[in-house]
Design a protein around this ligand. Structure first.
Ligand code: NAP
Length: 235
């Protein structure tokens, strides 16, 4: 395998952190972008701010060279009855979960086009499949990420770039634990396990393994797909 340079947004926590660690173990050069970076090759950037993204990516290129793998895992959830949802909150959730993907893909794309090879994986959400009450902004953003994935796959396939979405469902991360603590899951994590066909909560490593495969050479015929990692909760 040739060593590639990968950027993982949201790479300081939960799913993004596990993906960054896995891609590093696979032998790639990996840089993380996050609001509060920690660990090796971590860069501070708010994905909604193009100037910050460009600055962080310039530092990554300086350290490792052209970026040909991008995993968009940065995300922010939100819970509000739609009737009380302010437009500002709606916009922020769309901004982080959807516009952040726009900025990061567009900012790394020149490297992939130049290389004639690239892998993009967008971490969306199983809620885009099932819907989720009180999360209209989040579900809308994640559904749009799935749509963006399909459109980009068609556009970039001839350039040697694959684009796939991985919607997680019910993965044990700080985000899920915060939701449980706030009583927003409609029961405890243990209650949910009983409603999950494989009878366990998902692990960030489940997502990391999927991403590792999707960015491999072997996965070159897989593009434009929405590959759920959800223990069978959504089929
Ligand atoms: P997490 O532990 O909260 O990790 C998300 C990371 O993204 C955090 O480090 C967060 O930073 C960072 N982030 C948030 N806004 C950002 C921004 N504007 N710019 C840069 N980084 C930003 O959550 P997770 O569960 O691992 O979630 C990872 C992805 O999976 C998200 O896209 C989420 O929507 C999706 N997802 C998760 C689940 C699940 O069951 N856990 C289910 C469906 C979808 P701070 O912590 O500093 O805010």
């Amino acid at each position: 395998m040739s060593v590639k340079t990968a950027v993982v947004t949201g790479g300081a926590s939960g799913i993004g952190l596990a993906i960054a660690e896995r891609l590093r173990a696979d032998g790639h050069n990996v840089a993380a972008l996050d609001l509060n970076p920690s660990g090796p090759s971590s860069h501070k950037a708010d994905v909604t701010d193009r100037a910050q993204v460009d600055e962080a990516l310039a530092a990554v290129r300086e350290e490792f060279g052209p970026i040909t793998i991008l995993v968009n895992a940065a995300g922010q959830e939100g819970y509000k009855r739609f009737v009380n949802l302010t437009f500002e909150k709606w916009q922020r959730v769309i901004d982080v979960n959807l516009n952040g993907v726009f900025h990061c893909v567009q900012a790394v794309l020149p490297d992939m086009l130049e290389a004639g090879w690239g892998r993009i994986v967008n971490i969306s959400s199983s809620s885009a499949h099932s819907g989720q009450q009180y999360m209209a902004h989040y579900v809308s953003a994640k559904s749009a990420v799935n749509g963006l994935t399909k459109a980009l796959a068609l556009e970039l396939g001839p350039e040697g770039i694959t684009v796939n979405a991985v919607p997680p469902g019910f993965i044990d991360t700080p985000m899920l634990r915060r939701s449980e603590e706030r009583g927003l899951l409609g029961g405890s994590i243990d209650d949910h396990i009983q409603r999950t066909p494989v009878r366990r909560v998902g692990r960030p490593e489940d997502l990391a393994a999927t991403c590792s495969f999707l960015i491999s050479e072997e996965a070159g015929y897989i593009t434009g797909q929405i590959i759920g990692v959800n223990g069978g909760r959504n089929t």
